[in-house]
Design a protein around this ligand. Structure first.
Ligand SMILES: C[S@@+](CC[C@H](N)C(=O)[O-])C[C@H]1O[C@@H](n2cnc3c(N)ncnc32)[C@H](O)[C@@H]1O
Length: 208
């Protein structure tokens, strides 16, 4: 694997030095505009339990808390580097009991059935294993009527996605139709596709 691939594979699972650099970058400015665009569409509830899967450096956990004044957030990530950074970034909220961060894969969430009013996934479903089983796992932990928000910086139609799929082993950039079809197969309803066509951003909302 070349150095370029090695560095960018840390977006799939941050590890070691380059992983720490990558996670610091995820919390920087470039992801903020897209995250806020998605959150505006996601209708974050004022209260209740909210889950952010593939939480990376934890910036979206903080954004979710800002938008849900009486809510509590849980971050999940299968990378130790991401979990450590998310915990440091949100240490005050963790101390106050508003936030926790769990190291686990979306494939087997160590979380009880029907717990969350909302689940979010920013820039992460590209890397999830067996996508329909992963979506079914999200469905399991959502409460009836709970919402799932997916936000991707690449809608699979940008023309640059194939380049990234070659660079980052195991990455798949889903098109809007693919996301909708996998969510439907997993049991979600009321699926809505939102696109920023000029920037090729994709947000998808779905209901349990
Ligand atoms: C590109 S980063 C995005 C981080 C954050 N959501 C953001 O938007 O800044 C992708 C994250 O998803 C995590 N991830 C990938 N596959 C995962 C899986 N199967 N289960 C849990 N986390 C996963 C990675 O470890 C990484 O932290």
């Amino acid at each position: 694997m070349g150095l370029f691939s090695k560095i960018f594979s840390n977006t799939r699972k941050p590890e070691g030095f380059w992983g720490r650099m990558m996670v610091n970058g995820m919390n920087g400015g470039s992801h903020a505009a897209m995250a806020n665009w998605g959150l505006d569409l996601g209708n974050v509830p004022d209260e209740g339990e909210i889950l952010d899967i593939g939480c990376g450096g934890g910036a979206n956990l903080r954004r979710l808390m800002e938008r849900s004044p009486r809510g509590k957030v849980t971050g999940v990530d299968y990378s130790t580097v991401s979990v450590d950074k998310s915990r440091k970034f949100n240490r005050k909220a963790i101390a106050e009991g508003r936030c926790k961060v769990v190291e686990a894969s979306v494939a087997a969430l160590p979380l009880a059935d029907e717990t969350f009013s909302m689940a979010t996934a920013f820039e992460t479903i590209y890397f999830w294993p067996e996508i329909e089983s992963s979506f079914a796992e999200v469905l399991r932990v959502l409460r009836p009527g709970g919402r799932f928000l997916i936000v991707n910086e690449d809608d699979g139609l940008s023309g640059t996605n194939e380049k990234w799929e070659k660079i980052i082993d195991g990455m798949h950039t889903y098109t809007p139709d693919e996301v909708k079809s996998h969510l439907t197969a997993a049991g979600f309803r009321d699926i809505t596709i939102h696109r920023d066509r000029s920037r090729h951003w994709l947000a998808v909302t779905a209901v349990k």
